[in-house]
Design a protein around this ligand. Sequence first.
Ligand code: AHG
Ligand code: MN
Ligand code: MN
Length: 336
Amino acid sequence: MSEAQVTFRQFLLNNRRAHGTDKDLIFLLEDIATACRIISHRIRSGAFAGTLGATKDVNVQGETQKQLDVIANEVFVKHCSNCGRVAALVSEEVDEIIWLKDRPAAGDYLVYFDPLDGSSNLDVNLSVGSIFSVVALEDALERTSDEAVLQKGSRQICAGYAIYGPSTSLVITTGSGVDGFTHQQGTGEFRLTFPDMRIPETTREFAINASRYHHWDASMRRYVDECLSGENGPRAQSHNMRWTASMVADIHRILTRGGVFIYPVDRENASMGGKLRLMYEANPLGMVVEQAGGMASTGTDRILDLPPQSHHQRVAVVMGSSDEVRRINRYYQEAQ
Ligand code: AHG
Ligand code: MN
Ligand code: MN
C-alpha cells in the first residue's frame, strides 16, 4: 500500500469542499474511526488479554453478551461523546437511550451503533465488524424524548461500518456514494483503498442461514429452491452460497463482488419481527447498499422508508444486487 493514497481525514476534507459536509460530522467520523481502530486492537489482543468468551450477562436483545461486545460498546460510547453536537447515543447493547444533551438543538446528531456485529465469530477467529449511522435532528427538543430517536433510515446523513478481517477496513457513505478505507499498520492511518464501491446489478451468489429452511415461508423457499436447482431449474444457471454469520462481512463481500443477503422473518422469529435490528443493522447497511447502487427491502417494503416503532425493533432484511432484491420482492408480491 502506498502513502500516496489519501488519508481518511484528507478524504473528509475533500468531501467537505465538494459536498459541504458539516465540520462537526467530520469530527464525529474521525472519533468513530478512532473507536474502530481501538476495537480492532482489542479484538486482535483478546486471546492475550483473556477477553474472548462470554460474560454472564444477557443484553436487551435477549442474547448472551460477549466480553468484547461490552468492551466495544464502551469504546463507542466514549469516543462518540467527544463531539459537542451529539445529542444521543443509541446502542444495540444498551437498553436505554444515552442522552448527552438535556435540550438538543436542531441539527444535533443522533448516533446509532452495533458496536460488535457477528460476535459469535470472535471465539473462532472469523471476521466481525462495527456498524454505525448518524441522523441530524430536524427540530430542537425542549427536553429529551425517546420517541425522537425513532427516525426513518431515509433521514440518515451518514452510515458505515468497520470490518475486522484479515485487514481492518472502514466503509462509509455521507450520501454521495460509498468509499472504503484500509487501516495501514505502521502509519496508523485509514487510507482510501476502495473508492466509489458499486454493487453489480446481477449476481449468482446468495447469503442466507439455510439451516432455518424449515421455518421459512413459501416465497423464501421458492427463491432458494430455484437457486439450488441449477442449470436445469427455472433460473437455468448455478448459484453459489456464502454465510459468515456476520452481516458486516456478508455485506462487505456483496459490496466487493455482488450478491444478495437475506434474513427473513420466519416462523421461529416472527414474534420478534425477525432477527436483525432495524436501527443498528438494517438501516445503516441499507443506506450503504443503496448508495452503492443496490437495493434494501424487507421483501415487501423499502427498509429506509420504515417508520420505527421502537429503537430495538427487528426487521426482515433482503439487500444487495438489485436484480435479486427485485426478484424476491416479486415472489412475496405473487404470494399475497
Ligand atoms: P450480533 O453479533 O450483533 O448480534 O449480530 C449477529 C447477526 C448478524 O450479523 C448475522 O448476519 C446474524 O446475526 C447471524 O445469525 P445466525 O446466528 O442465525 O446465523
Ligand atoms: Mn449485529
Ligand atoms: Mn452486536
